[in-house]
Design a protein around this ligand. Structure first.
Ligand code: PMP
Length: 457
């Protein structure tokens, strides 16, 4: 498992202790952390240190696509390893990185024809924000007053300070407020905001139009998670919202940044979520599933219009002075190319509708539960929202960790999922089988019973 020639193999006890005492885990209260150490994976399954198997119901935090240890992706990385593991993208390149850039521009909505690589989703968003800002300063007909961003309530775009600035998840972001730049904030475009979805759409677009009409002179870009605001609790937009926002941003000369870090790479049923509403943004941010969930590669795609504004003599200082050491890493790019190949070879997208429908049926069953306030789904992203009172929609106090209790139960059933507060998330790898969908949803349904058993009906 772990041995190398030089490093002694830590014992099981050492691993557990070191993981608790030394490793500082992301988004985890370390005072109460109980180690969950995965040692292996195969397809949709993961194995822990005790040899227990778990269905990976969150795609290892929304990034695994075709399963763990996919032979095609493993082989591509090994082949690249025999060439070179890494070369910088600062003034240099590599055939694998170039091939991925070309392939992405062929797949992405036109006119996204240039690719800037980084290593994680937050950076992909930071790049888009900075490029948008710089674009207005130095394009042929500069608009130096356009320096602000519009972002949505409940938005999540990553954890670096720029991406946190455009973020709007109170519990994560409030602490850092003094460090952040101001943004213009639109209310969360939840599809439940109106009497029906069409009414919600009209309300949300009217709010956006009012803001853009009044302030477009100051606005560089509007940033949006297309279709689903994942970290907000899988908040789903009314259908037509993305299309409507594209039309408004074009009308008011505001750049549109589509953050598809979570919803891209097939998760919603099409390779890119933007394709569902025939939208081509000015920036498309990809990460997570881009490498099939294998390696940290992220990408910011943009248009020739933006690219042109950065060209000039060196002394004109139009260069984009931004870069990440491992941006465009060839091993990761090899994994990404193989991931795209597998989409073709396994007809991943064509096989999704049956799975999506199955998940829909299972969610509909759960919707009947007295402590379920809402079930929602886009593609293979499913969510169940737990509520204290179904009639009034009163939420459970977050301190009660009801969502986490569902996940604890699921874990006892060999299903690994992570909650977002009172929202239980199902976001399996796209290769999940029908049996595994049943296993995942049965564990969640059982977990909801277990997590609300103290309340009666
Ligand atoms: N954007 C969105 C929509 C995300 O969901 C995330 C991560 N969950 C990010 C950006 C940040 O990506 P990373 O964690 O790779 O920095």
């Amino acid at each position: 498992m772990l041995p190398t020639d030089a490093t002694p193999v830590p014992s099981r006890e050492e691993l557990l202790r070191w993981d608790r005492e030394i490793v500082w885990h992301a988004f985890t209260q370390m005072a109460g952390y109980e180690p969950l150490i995965f040692t292996g994976g195969q397809g949709c399954m993961l194995t822990d240190l005790n040899g227990r198997q778990y269905l990976d119901g969150v795609s290892s935090l929304w990034c695994n696509v075709h399963g763990h240890r996919h032979p095609r992706i493993d082989a591509a990385i090994r082949r690249q390893l025999d060439q070179v593991a890494h070369v910088t993208s600062l003034g240099a390149s590599n055939p694998t990185t170039i091939a991925l850039a070309k392939r992405l521009t062929e797949l992405a909505p036109s006119p996204l024809s240039h690719v800037f690589f980084s290593s994680d989703g937050s950076s992909a968003v930071e790049v888009a924000l900075k490029m948008a800002f710089q674009y207005w300063q130095q394009r042929q007909d500069p608009r130096p007053s356009k320096t602000k961003y519009v972002a949505l309530g409940g938005a999540y775009h990553g954890d670096t300070l720029g991406s946190v600035s455009v973020g709007g998840v109170e519990r994560f972001h409030e602490m850092f407020r003094p460090l952040l730049f101001d943004v213009l904030r639109l209310p969360e475009p939840d599809r439940r905001r109106g009497a029906n979805e069409e009414a919600a759409l009209q309300i949300c677009l009217a709010e956006a139009e009012q803001m853009l009409a009044e302030r477009h002179d100051e606005i560089a870009a509007l940033v949006i998670e297309p279709l689903v605001q994942c970290a907000a609790g899988m908040v789903m937009h009314p259908r037509g919202y993305l299309r409507g926002m594209r039309e408004l941003t074009q009308r008011y000369d505001v750049l549109l940044i589509a953050d598809e870090v979570a919803v891209g790479m097939g998760r919603t049923g099409t390779l890119f979520a933007c394709q569902q509403e025939q939208v081509a943004p000015d920036f498309l941010c990809l990460g997570k599933g881009l490498t099939g969930g294998y390696l940290p590669v992220a990408a910011t795609l943009t248009t020739d219009t933006v690219w042109q504004a950065f060209l000039g003599e060196y002394a004109e200082s139009k260069t984009f002075f931004h870069g990440h050491t491992y941006g465009g890493n060839p091993l990761g790019c090899a994994a990404a190319l193989a991931t795209l190949d597998v989409f073709d070879e396994e007809q991943t997208l064509a096989r999704m509708p049956d799975k999506i429908e199955q998940l829909e049926r299972r969610l509909a069953d759960m919707a009947e539960h007295p402590h379920v306030g809402d079930v929602r789904q886009r593609g293979l992203i499913g969510a169940v929202e737990l509520v204290k009172d179904r009639r009034t929609g009163e939420p459970f106090p977050w301190q009660e960790q009801r969502g986490a209790r569902v996940c604890d139960f699921a874990r006892s059933q060999g299903v690994w999922i992570r909650p977002l507060g009172n929202v239980v998330v199902m976001m399996p790898p796209l290769c999940i089988s029908a049996d595994q969908i049943d296993r995942l949803t049965a564990a969640v349904a059982g977990g909801i019973d277990a997590a609300t058993a103290d309340l009666g009906v």
